[in-house]
Design a protein around this ligand. Structure first.
Ligand code: GLC
Length: 472
């Protein structure tokens, strides 16, 4: 079985969010299970020189973008046993940042088309093309409307994975032919409420649709979660499944993480205390092993539940002895709030605005508690990483948070959860966690159980393979 995995970002090359983690670890997990999986992604200028140095030029072709024909260089790299194809076009990809340019529709129409166009030139015809999010959502649409009948392509099945339904790729209908090169007759595939909606087109045209947790697969059938797409999701529910993401347990783990101060493990957890002391020092907190440190590592945006944090922050600081460490960047409302909090609660709150992966790892290792009160969370990777590092997640029961964290109230779970999107319900969960922390023996057992939770790809990779086999 051969799978071409198309994504707009993948580690180790380039990352802006969780998709890059998945695209950088699922293909390896598939390969270990003897599935031929290759990855295709854009060659952004942000990709570091040392990785570029490992790339080999394969060939160059031109790719149609409606009436244009655009240069497309194909580079090949090998990483951890997996072959990557990098699509080169400096006009589209020599830019600052990955997304958010005025012509993203055209940039990713080009990329989605290139995914198909390179196939005869790489000497490797996939059985499955697995696309991810709207940036590769045009691939199934082009496949259905332009490629399915040609001998170079016939019989290929397409899989489309929704990592976050909030970002759909919505554009004015007037660019249907000029940018996407889709005929008026096929326009109905992309048409949603009078606009082009690439995610809708991908859902219509792919053989199957997946999303990144079973709970999210149910949730997006509901308008509260669907960002307007629930009628389409419900209509196509017969081809939708939720498969929980895994994490790369080799990359994330306190046993040998060069970013943390002292290695430790579930069997030898002593080193965690040193990480905590270093973290307290780094964030100018009072260095005290008895005070529970609560970590928040997130994009600072509303759907991550930060309005809940803001609402009860003062109450939390007044009624518990928790210390808080925040890392992230985002909306100025939350950036300003946390800067204020660091000033108002000196020695108890430390904040770094920005995103430095090494700092995130230091927080996982040095914190006792990890807060993710998301309004919605398709899967969420940070809670799984926090478990690995023995930082106990406090989460709202939504999406993948619900599927990975169970409340330890009954003496069995691996974290603390709350159901309703309500600030005091969250605060109550934090209080339960803080009093749990005071029971040293109970806490040690909880941390051990959390660290032993299996969130590797071992189970989910098998589920993808079953899905692919079902298609063939
Ligand atoms: C998106 C989702 C996140 C998920 C990630 C990887 O970033 O918001 O919940 O973990 O994709 O699938």
């Amino acid at each position: 079985m051969k799978v071409l995995y198309a994504a707009s970002e993948a580690l180790p090359f380039i990352a802006s969010g969780g998709l890059a983690d998945v695209a950088g670890s699922l293909p390896q997990a598939l390969r270990k299970r003897l599935v031929g999986c290759r990855v295709v992604l854009p060659l952004y200028s942000g990709i570091k020189q040392e990785l570029r140095d490992t790339m080999k030029f394969v060939t160059s072709i031109t790719v149609p973008v409606a009436w244009r024909r655009q240069y497309c260089g194909i580079f090949e790299a090998r990483y951890d046993g997996v072959v990557y194809y990098l699509i080169d076009n400096e006009y589209y990809f020599k830019r600052d940042g990955l997304y958010g340019h005025y012509d993203d529709a055209e940039r990713f129409a080009f990329f989605s088309r290139a995914v198909l166009e390179i196939i005869p030139h790489i000497g490797w015809k996939p059985d499955i093309i697995h696309c991810n999010d709207w940036q590769t959502g045009m691939t199934p649409v082009y496949y259905r409307t332009m490629y399915a009948d040609s001998p170079d392509y016939s019989g290929i099945k397409t899989v489309f994975t929704i990592h976050n339904i909030q970002y759909q790729g919505i554009y004015g209908f007037d660019i249907l032919q000029d940018v996407f090169g889709i005929t008026a007759a096929d326009g109905c595939l992309l048409d949603y409420r009078g606009n082009i909606n690439i995610m809708k087109g991908a859902i219509e045209c792919s053989s199957v649709v997946t999303t990144v947790s079973p709970t999210y697969a149910e949730e997006i059938r509901d308008p509260w979660f669907s960002h307007g797409l629930d009628p389409i999701i419900n209509e196509r529910a017969f081809k939708l499944t939720g498969i929980l993401n895994g994490i790369d347990t080799k990359n994330y783990g306190p046993e040998e993480d060069p970013a943390i101060w002292e290695p430790y493990s579930a069997d030898k957890p002593e080193g965690k205390a040193a990480n905590k002391a270093e973290l307290q020092e780094m964030f100018d907190l009072e260095i005290d092993p008895e005070k529970p440190v609560l970590g928040i590592v997130t994009r600072l945006v509303a759907h991550k539940g930060l309005d809940l944090v803001k609402t009860v922050f003062a109450e939390m600081m007044d009624t518990t002895d928790v210390q808080v460490v925040v890392l992230g960047t985002g909306d100025s409302e939350f950036e300003n709030f946390f800067l204020w909090a660091a000033d108002a609660y000196r020695g108890r709150v430390g904040v770094r605005l920005g995103f430095v992966p090494d700092y995130a790892r230091k927080i996982y290792a040095g914190s006792d508690l990890f807060l993710m009160p998301s309004k919605s969370e398709p899967c969420g990777l940070a809670q799984m990483v926090a478990l690995r590092y023995g930082s106990i997640p406090i989460v709202r029961e939504t999406g993948g948070l619900r599927d990975t964290i169970t409340d330890s109230g009954d003496g069995q779970g691996n974290g603390f959860t709350f159901k309703c999107y309500n600030a005091h319900d969250m605060l109550h969960a934090v209080r339960r966690a803080v009093s749990g922390y005071a029971d040293k023996d109970g806490w040690r057992i909880l941390v051990e159980r959390a660290m032993n939770t299996d969130n590797s790809w071992s189970k989910s990779a098998g589920e993808y393979i079953k899905l692919y086999k079902g298609l063939l």
